[in-house]
Design a protein around this ligand. Sequence first.
Ligand SMILES: NC(=O)c1ccc[n+]([C@@H]2O[C@H](COP(=O)([O-])OP(=O)(O)OC[C@H]3O[C@@H](n4cnc5c(N)ncnc54)[C@H](O)[C@@H]3O)[C@@H](O)[C@H]2O)c1
Length: 447
Amino acid sequence: MKLLGLNREEVKQVFKEGKVTITVYGLGKMGLPLAAVFADHGAKVIGVDINERVVEMINRGENHVKEEPGLDELVKRNVEAGRLRATTDGVEAAKQADVMVILVPTLTDERGNLKLDPVYDVAYKIAQGLEKGDIVITEATMPPGTTESLVPILEKSGLKLGEFGLAHAPERTMTGTAIRDITGQYPKIVGANDEKTLEAVIGIYETINRKGVIPMSSIKAAEAVKVFEGVYRDVNIALANELALWCEEHGLDALEVFQAANTQPYCHLHMPGAGVGGHCIPIYPWFVINLARKTNPRLIKTAREINDSMPHHVVELTIKGLNEVGKPLKGSNILVLGLTFRGGVREFTKSPTIPIIRELKEWGANVYAYDPLCTKEDAERFGAEWKEDFKDIDAIVITTDHKEFRNLDLEKIAKEARNKVIVDGRNVLEPTTAEKLGFVYLRVGRA
Ligand SMILES: NC(=O)c1ccc[n+]([C@@H]2O[C@H](COP(=O)([O-])OP(=O)(O)OC[C@H]3O[C@@H](n4cnc5c(N)ncnc54)[C@H](O)[C@@H]3O)[C@@H](O)[C@H]2O)c1
């Protein structure tokens, strides 16, 4: 049933009655939880993905996004109930849908240039199935202005904007908490092309989100909200890293200073560390930088530079730690703990571990790696040899805050390792415990 023209209460009613068909394009870490939640609230959901393996799994009721608590059950229940199915045919899905949601990757290349091909690919497919009264919603994080740039493509359907609705409702979550966040951790941000579309889209998200909706004055303002959230994190992490480097120079422990400073309500110093990874925080600043015309976003560019320099600093700390035990980095055995970009998630995009391994090897170190969420093949892919013990190791470099690393058996390591050096790039260990066992313990902001 078409929703354009209904008020939010009418939308909620027809949604729950199972009269709305929603297509979600992109069934990844964000798209599959959203598709399953829509289905669980009564919609008929067609998920579209270019990955045939993903589509086949979902149609068998299986979840391929392993780090998402509750998603196995949600997918199984809704596939079995006939409310959720998947396909690779994006045009056919668009023909059947009343609402089309775009949740495919939005990335940049190494130089920060936008890579939006998946979004445009989906828009072309939607255009071939778009009908009067349909609503297209982008949920992928969009460089501000991108959603409206889809209008000429969508109008290839023969319809004019207004006959169909267009909105942006950014996904405000992360892997591991998607279901919780989608259904009520934060209010949903929504911007639309007109009042009619805004009203209907508010109805859609009020159906699934207990925290409700914050309507924005425009699509572009809604896009900016999500992008700015990421920029805020990046800039503030860079500030924490810069102050941590200053603390090293002045013999201070940055964490001690930060924790005390943060007891004042206007101070929110973030955690310094080995660098910023993932496909959100290091990517979104480029959306702002690349779209700046008259303004020069110097602070945002500098923050990116600082955060990108942290893996190199971790290598410097490793050299320093080895110096203290009389070893050069060349020929030393280094065990890197953590391949993924953050704890508890099997994701490698822009993981700071990758440049750390590369640089350690350039210095002539023998680099080993271990990660509780990874395999031997993952380690080899990034140039390290898999190692599950500490025998003959000269230095341990912790690059990911997996919970397993907080409970490392330091007594066992002290016995097994050849030299006792720890570089804690994620502040997961208690310095005094390590130092009492004779380790040289270094971390960003406390060298
Ligand atoms: N992962 C996060 O923590 C997170 C958080 C907030 C926002 N986001 C944003 O959500 C969006 C999606 O991210 P994700 O983490 O779900 O990505 P993902 O890589 O986990 O999944 C993307 C899915 O889209 C599919 N896909 C790619 N091109 C396609 C196309 N042309 N047509 C149909 N399917 C296609 C892929 O096969 C994959 O299954 C991005 O814009 C991202 O920035 C992600």
